[in-house]
Design a protein around this ligand. Sequence first.
Ligand code: ADP
Length: 601
Amino acid sequence: MTSPAVGPSLPPAAIDPESPATKAKPRLGSLRALWPFVRSHSGLFIAWLLALAVASAATLSLPIAVRQIIDQGFSSGSNVDRVFLSLFGVAVVLALASAARFYFVSLLGERVVADLRRKLYGHLIGLGAGFHDRTRSGELVSRLSADSELLRNVVSTSMSVALRSTITVIGGLVMLFVTSPGLASFALLGIPVAVLPIVLGSRRLGKASRASQDRVADANTLASETLGAVRTVQAHAREPYERDRFGSAVDVAVETARKRIRAQAGVTAAAITLIFGAIVLMLWTGAHDVIAGDMTKGSLAQFVVYALIAGGSVGALAEVWNDLQRSAGGMGRITELLQETSDILPPAQPRPLPTPLQGNIRFDNVVFHYPSRPDLPALDGFDLEVRPGETVALVGPSGAGKSTVFSILLRFHDAQSGSVRIDGVDLRELDPADLREHIALVPQQPTIFAASAAENIRYGKLDATEAQLQAAAESAEADEFIRELPLGFASELGERGARLSGGQQQRIAIARALLKDAPILLLDEATSALDAQSERAVQNALERLMQGRTTLVIAHRLATVLKADRIVVMDRGRIVAQGTHAELIAQDGLYAELARLQFID
Ligand code: ADP
């Protein structure tokens, strides 16, 4: 069965090494992909740059005020007032500009990440079955949340600190030379020495960061998978097992993060030691200059404050560099995902389906194997014509290819050879969205969203009127039980319909299909037995749904095969027999055997 998997897949949470998310190495350049997102908020970006310029200028003029205080502030009364007033003025400008800078850049970060997430989600939801078969949804959710979170940090913090620190380092250096060219030469020597360990450490850091994010994704994947199948986990009493698995996944993530943190800590220690080593050296030389009378105390103080500001900024750059490395990994993964293309694309000039659609379906010599199973054809020379309004029951052992027929018809996959036509139009000439508008699917395990009953039914036709909605629910024999829910049609159904019985979930799915009112119906009958009353309600609902539609049904019940116009028996991707129930029983082949096992107890 290819319909939505319900149970957890049990192998441990190892990420598929072939998965798109684990291939690339982190490159700072991958952050460039963020630029278009930043540019689309150019107003905020420019406001931030302005605020940044003002704040940096204020920061850089503080040391001048310090020199004036030391050299003139203690001389006469009027000077004291003026000097301290100007110091306070600078502080106020710095405060306002810093607040503005923080506001603009934080908002920019939020907006950029929101755009990025919107774009990524929009892309992922449109990617074909091929991609989603090989990628775990939990991993994608982790990319959408954890990796995006990292990027918010880049824009609102790292980018900001990087630019601010660069400006301060450059401005500070210039002012150091202005204050004392001789002492400033020491600073010029100090900076490369301080930057060296940062550059050397960053390669290691980049790798460690990516690994760390990947382990976070592993843990997230595991959690979303098992929480999504919590009943299966509990039914097997596997809570301790899952706790252990999640615990180990988290431990691995912490251990991987520890390596990154250690590398980062080392870089920080080295950078600070070297920077302040250089500062102490300068101070020592400067002290000799002051003693010798070559320099005023205020100038030395101004120099030291500049050196502290510049040195602190170099340290900040080191830390930011680490953050940027981390986020580059995240952005790399997101970019890879954004570059994934669907295997199923609409043609440049899609043909419209004829209106009204008759609903003639024709498979001609279709050969198809799933991408992951190139050796095993799921359909092997499959020929079938379903006339408009006809009901054809597909029966066959599990793995015969019945669900694959549905997938091909919905164009989740394209056949490798042969053709599939609807009213004479090849599926490949159609826009998949147009095709799917004309097909209603009632899966074996209906999907119920965590939304109200009305919203769940409306999924079949978003703009349905209240009357259409009621009529669909009535036809599906769902109105009665829905009205008995605490809030009627407005009642939340709980995630995956947890608050409904199996038969009720099926009737919601049938109501949804009724509302969609598509000329072609694909019905995968539920295998699980319902109680007699629920069974009758579902059968009645289905009969109404099938009326006047071309129906392909994967049949598991005698009642269904008896009512079908034709039964098609499949085995290993081929049709091995067809006819009515009586004809096929008389042949005493695969069908007779299946019927004995499945339909007739
Ligand atoms: P049925 O619905 O008759 O039980 P399916 O159409 O689900 O059979 O499967 C036909 C064959 O294709 C089986 O061998 C199955 O293992 C394989 N198959 C089904 N879905 C996939 C998939 N997504 N990827 C790879 N192989 C698949």
